[in-house]
Design a protein around this ligand. Structure first.
Ligand SMILES: *Cc1c(COP(=O)(O)O)cnc(C)c1O
Length: 473
């Protein structure tokens, strides 16, 4: 039976249905009215074309359709996902996860007024940097510290404040691009400094820097080539050799470390990343690094170093536009506090917990998940446990891989030609789950690296298997 436009209920009659009392109470009448109007418009158009069944206009069906619209409208766009990509610090997935203590501190500080810029001892105005400056100095051995929105901002601000209007000398081998818009030569220009390139792509020597220093030089800069490595016939001048050259000419040496781990990763058998504290010891005057890479905190740009230089950076007008908001600042403070208790790091800081997770533990998890997943995916896909190689991510240690384990999924009985389609179908179904699951497709297989799957998400993954099965049916 086809419905006619005249069969549609009026807006008021629909909204007054007792079946909508609860959503009306929960969300208020405005949103429901808006969505009801849109729903009725759509149904009217369908009825005009003779494509609407009478059953769709029954009170129960209409109210269910309306509730669904309201829910879809209110569904968050930013959603939690399960990261089985094998990349621990995945920039597209939000990088570091916060420690529980950081989450709790954020909640408490956002729910009440706080002393963000208020000095509780004097009763006068305070500085938001003071929330983390002492911690950063204690951890890195710096004289002073300031923080901004992210490391890109830290680099921009440091160059603008210390090198604006003058020349900044950088090795050609270090003119990095980090994810599209952040390219060192462009950052220099945006900061109002003139980039002076020295050396060649693969080799730069101390004499190259010496020769480039002139009356307009403001500073020497080192950039950690975090997301690539120049191998083979290459040489660079390290910070310890460059600092005396800079200082002999009365110039500061600024280093952008990118990731900048605050603890030596080698103690857990992980590849080494330079530490800000080592850079300062080597003679760097200012070091910048990210808050949400290996440090394991919120998005932030940390600037540590010489007191007078940090003060110039802090007082530079651009700082006001790049300053950190109270929300990540609370998270950063709580995260840094964990570094005062180094034994806790691999237990309570998610990034280090995941990076140091024992392989045997990941293998056991893979063994545990193999059967339930195989069952949900049979008979179309075969699921096997497998060793795999993950990555730290976020440009940290790009050529090193992390031995890991997980599940390797292959379409069963599919001709080579249909493999891609079958794998895409599975990857799409996994992404379509209420808690989307992200793996990686490679070599005609779907790889689910389990390093980042904690107990809670493992339970959530298992609970979703019936939905996955349904989506693939
Ligand atoms: C990641 C990185 C940046 C940018 O840091 P964000 O915190 O992402 O803004 C800058 N320089 C280097 C060397 C990096 O690795």
């Amino acid at each position: 039976m086809q419905a006619q436009p005249k069969d549609l209920p009026s807006l008021d009659r629909l909204l007054n249905s007792p079946l909508l009392a609860e959503p009306c109470q929960a969300h208020g009448r405005s949103l429901l009215t808006q969505e009801a109007r849109a729903l009725l418009d759509e149904l009217r158009a369908q009825a005009r074309q003779g494509g609407l069944a009478r059953a769709a206009l029954e009170e129960g069906a209409l109210c269910a359709a309306l509730r669904q619209r309201v829910e879809a409208r209110l569904a968050p766009r930013m959603r939690a996902v399960i990261n089985l990509s094998g990349t621990v610090l995945h920039t597209n997935l939000g990088r570091a996860l916060l420690a529980d203590e950081a989450l709790q501190h954020v909640m408490a500080m956002m729910a009440a007024p706080n002393n963000l810029e208020f000095d509780l001892s004097s009763g006068g105005r305070g500085d938001r940097d003071s929330m983390v400056e002492a911690l950063l100095c204690e951890i890195t051995g710096a004289e002073a510290a300031t923080v901004v929105n992210n490391n890109a901002a830290a680099v921009l601000l440091s160059i603008a404040a210390l090198g604006g209007g003058r020349e900044v000398i950088v090795s050609r081998g270090e003119l990095v691009e980090i994810g599209g818009a952040f390219r060192m030569p462009d950052v220099m220009a945006a900061a109002g400094a003139r980039l002076v390139e020295v050396g060649t792509t693969n080799r730069t020597h101390a004499a190259d820097y010496e020769r480039a220093i002139g009356p307009n030089t403001a500073m020497l800069m080192k950039v950690h080539t975090s997301n690539y490595r120049v191998q083979g016939f290459s040489s660079a001048v390290d910070e310890a050799s460059l600092a005396p050259i800079a200082h002999a000419h009365g110039l500061p040496l600024v280093t952008d470390l990118g990731s900048g781990s605050l603890v030596d990763l080698a103690q857990w058998g992980l590849p080494r990343e330079p530490l800000p504290q080592e850079m300062l010891k080597a003679g760097c005057d200012v070091v910048t690094f990210s808050g949400d890479k290996l440090l394991g905190g919120p998005q932030a740009g940390l600037i540590v170093g010489d007191k007078a230089l940090v003060q110039r950076i802090r007082k530079f007008p651009m700082k006001r536009a790049l300053r950190m908001s109270k929300l990540p600042l609370a998270a950063l403070e709580a995260t840094l506090r964990l570094y005062l208790q180094p034994e806790r790091l691999t237990r309570d800081l998610p990034t280090l917990r995941m990076l140091t997770r024992p392989l045997a533990d990941i293998q056991a998890q893979a063994a545990r998940l193999q059967a339930p997943l195989a069952q949900a995916l049979s008979p179309r896909y075969a699921v096997a446990t497998s060793e795999m190689l993950g990555q730290i991510g976020s440009g940290s240690l790009p050529v090193e891989s992390l031995p890991s384990a997980g599940l390797l999924i292959a379409p069963a009985g599919t001709a080579k030609k249909g493999l891609g389609t079958a794998l895409d179908g599975l990857a799409t179904a996994l992404r379509g789950l209420p808690l989307p699951v992200l793996g990686r497709v490679q070599q005609d297989r779907l790889w689910l690296d389990l390093r980042c799957l904690d107990e809670r998400q493992e339970a959530q993954l298992l609970a979703q298997l019936p939905q996955l099965q349904e989506a693939l049916a």
